[in-house]
Design a protein around this ligand. Structure first.
Ligand SMILES: Nc1ncnc2c1ncn2[C@@H]1O[C@H](COP(=O)(O)OP(=O)(O)OP(=O)(O)O)[C@@H](O)[C@H]1O
Length: 291
């Protein structure tokens, strides 16, 4: 079990994270927040790549920094951008990394076969990676993070740049991987983790906002999400008054999904809140065009 105890991180005068407390047991945890919220900072601390300015992280009661190599042998990590050699095949690349990790060649070859099967790259084992799609490269990244059979797997934005089909494949792979280990995956895309995470962690204003099941997080907006139809001319006024979640043109009118925490009007239909609603609501001041 990993215990994040009252962690803060400063970069000079800038506070990136403040008083974060978390507990990870097993299963899949989705670290969901817009870019710049501090996901990478938290992940790098969990991977012992940077040190907290305050607080500590414990693995089964022991400080992970003090555990040093003992902790890193338990850890698989895929950074946001991982370095690979495009003239290498996955097999050559993984063999090279296995050698760096001190895994013998015979053991490594068997392991690599297994891993490439797991990430559905068996057919391109010996093909140079320069022709690979983004999704294939990310799957090589996953394979490298699994070389040491880690108990803890930490993936920083593994779906960045992937198309919807690759994302779906990734979700399936993550679910598989989380059956046997603790998996922490960061993303700013709600659908990456909504259906697969046992718990979602959201950070806002440098602090922990939620760490809960999707159901419980959605319940925070129970009774506040509505749909209604308005003439196009009223859209601007509506936008100023309420938090708009989505808008769709239908037969010359606008069908809008929005949040209001006060008394509802008669022609508003209540809707069941989705995680995307919570995300858009909570980060309404932080997110720009990308969402
Ligand atoms: N080495 C650093 N020095 C100064 N500020 C930093 C440093 N690293 C990160 N920051 C700042 O800390 C904040 C959190 O960054 P972080 O990379 O953890 O966010 P993130 O949620 O992972 O976003 P992204 O997905 O874009 O990386 C940002 O405002 C960032 O500019």
């Amino acid at each position: 079990m990993i215990l994040v105890k009252n962690i803060s991180k400063q970069y000079g005068d800038f506070t990136a994270l403040e008083n974060i407390n978390l507990e990870f047991t097993n299963g899949l945890y989705g670290l969901l927040a817009p870019n710049g919220a501090g996901k990478t900072t938290l992940i790098k601390m969990l991977a012992t790549l940077i040190a907290p300015s305050k607080g500590e992280i414990l693995y089964n009661g022991k400080n992970i920094v003090a555990m040093d190599e003992d902790y890193r042998t338990l850890l698989g990590y895929l950074p946001q951008q991982f370095g690979f050699y495009k003239n290498y095949s996955p097999k050559q690349y993984l063999l090279y990394l296995a050698a760096l990790k001190g895994i013998g060649k015979k053991e490594a070859l068997a392991k690599i076969d297994d891993l490439l099967e797991k990430v559905a790259l068996r057919e391109v084992t010996n093909k140079k990676m320069k022709k690979f799609s983004g999704g294939m490269i990310q799957r090589v990244g996953i394979a490298q993070s699994l070389l040491n059979d880690p108990k803890i797997l930490i993936l920083d934005e593994p779906t960045a740049g992937l198309d919807p089909k690759e994302r779906a494949r990734f979700r399936h792979l993550l679910t598989e991987l989380a059956r046997e280990r603790l998996v922490i995956v960061s993303t700013h895309i709600v659908s990456d983790v909504e259906t697969i995470a046992n718990e979602i962690i959201m950070i806002k204003n440098q602090q922990l906002l939620y760490k809960d099941s999707v159901e419980k997080i959605c319940a925070t907006l129970d009774g506040h999400v509505f749909e209604t139809t308005i003439p196009y001319e009223q859209l601007e006024t509506f936008r100023k008054k309420y938090v708009l979640l989505s808008e769709k043109q239908e037969r010359g009118s606008m069908v809008i999904r929005f949040i209001h925490k006060g008394v509802a009007e008669t022609n508003w239909f209540p809707l069941a809140p989705q995680l995307e609603d919570v995300f858009l609501y909570e980060y309404r001041d932080d997110i720009g065009e990308e969402v």
